[in-house]
Design a protein around this ligand. Structure first.
Ligand SMILES: *Cc1c(COP(=O)(O)O)cnc(C)c1O
Length: 350
């Protein structure tokens, strides 16, 4: 007798984020600061009234109502998830059948294709052009000629920071028969959202998360927004108590602090501009250091020195993300930006 893991999982290794104690973390696109005392006080009060012996509200009504009010959308079109990661997995496993094919773009968020392999769904890749942009016409053509049932991509894109406009996205969605999952994890930093247009499409799911601009990665809160038919289907296939009571209670409070959230998001966008401008100055003196414009809260850079820069920064207690010939740096606080830029200058002047 004996048991062997099947082939799709036997070689997988558990996800390991960069671990260790670093003084500056610019690797995961999180918000640079936690909540101020006024908000943490509201949170403590709310946690005090949770019934810990009871299951959470399966439809997270209060949370969704606060989320929908924040974005000025219809709450009946929203489903809450345990992070948008849960929703991505759920959508890929439920909205595709055996033999169906999905499409991802590259470079993009790697979890999309990872989950497809667990779901045993075939997954094709559409490559962006060498400016890292999506050629919308050839993407439409690819979907329609290769029988793609689901397209998923992030807009603006993690890791490139680039994006397609709302108008381009509308044209894409209305030109294909596939379900389009538009992951707007970073759209709070840009203004090209389709979150309030889901009723115009039979084939659109917009994803949002509380982990980035909303500064609540610890809570694991994601949201799927789509027309009523698709939305009811997501609610029907999700696990009943997927979002715990603590996250529901705290998330409700956070989305109700609209002024605080929007002003902090503006601050992050200003910091991103500053980081971009400083990095561009470095690139003007440095061939092999190409800085891309970004609509998100991070900057993407192409450089053959990626690994060396990553190591040098880590030795200075700063972590960023390194991926092959690219690095990605989250826009942190003013101080963090000064530190990372200073260290990169030092790296090149050695
Ligand atoms: C960070 C990120 C997410 C993850 O969101 P969670 O809600 O924390 O699971 C989803 N999509 C993209 C593109 C991201 O960068």
């Amino acid at each position: 007798m004996g048991y062997e893991l099947n082939r799709k999982i036997c070689d997988l290794i558990p996800y390991e984020p960069i671990s260790g104690d670093y003084s500056i973390r610019l690797d995961a696109n999180e918000s640079p600061e936690s909540f101020p005392p006024e908000i943490t006080q509201q949170i403590k009060t709310a946690v005090d009234s949770i019934c810990f012996n009871r299951y959470p509200d399966p439809y997270a009504k209060e949370l969704i109502s606060a989320f929908a009010e924040y974005y000025n959308i219809d709450p009946t079109l929203v489903t809450a998830g345990n992070g948008s990661d849960e929703l991505i997995f759920l959508i890929e496993s439920a909205f595709l059948e055996k033999g169906d094919k999905m499409l991802v773009v590259s470079p993009d968020f790697s979890m999309y294709s990872f989950y497809s392999s667990i779901c045993e769904v075939e997954c094709d890749t559409f490559y962006k052009d060498n400016t890292l942009n999506i050629d919308v016409d050839s993407l439409i053509n690819r979907i329609n000629t290769t029988n793609i049932k689901l397209l998923i991509f992030s807009n603006p894109c993690n890791p490139t920071g680039q994006g397609i406009t709302a108008q381009q996205a509308q044209r894409l969605i209305s030109s294909v028969n596939a379900l389009v999952v538009l992951d707007e994890a970073y759209m709070d930093f840009w203004d090209q959202s389709l979150i309030n247009q889901v009723n115009s499409f039979s084939n659109l799911i917009v994803l949002r998360t509380a982990s980035k601009a909303v500064g609540s990665a610890a809570l694991r809160l994601g949201f799927a927004i789509s027309n009523r038919t698709v939305s009811d289907a997501i609610k029907a296939v999700k696990s009943p108590y997927n979002v715990n009571s603590i996250s529901q209670a705290i998330g409700t409070i956070i989305y109700r602090n609209k002024e605080y959230l929007t002003s902090r998001q503006k601050m992050i966008v200003r910091n991103k501009e500053k980081l971009y401008n400083e990095l561009v100055k470095i690139s003007e003196k440095q061939v092999d250091f190409i800085v891309y414009k970004s609509f998100a809260n991070f900057i993407f850079i192409k450089t053959p020195y990626g690994k060396e820069i990553f190591d040098y920064l880590r030795d200075n207690s700063i972590v960023i993300r390194h991926m092959g010939e690219y690095i990605r740096i989250t826009a942190g606080t003013d101080y963090e930006i000064d530190r990372v830029v200073c260290c990169i200058r030092e790296f090149f002047s050695r």
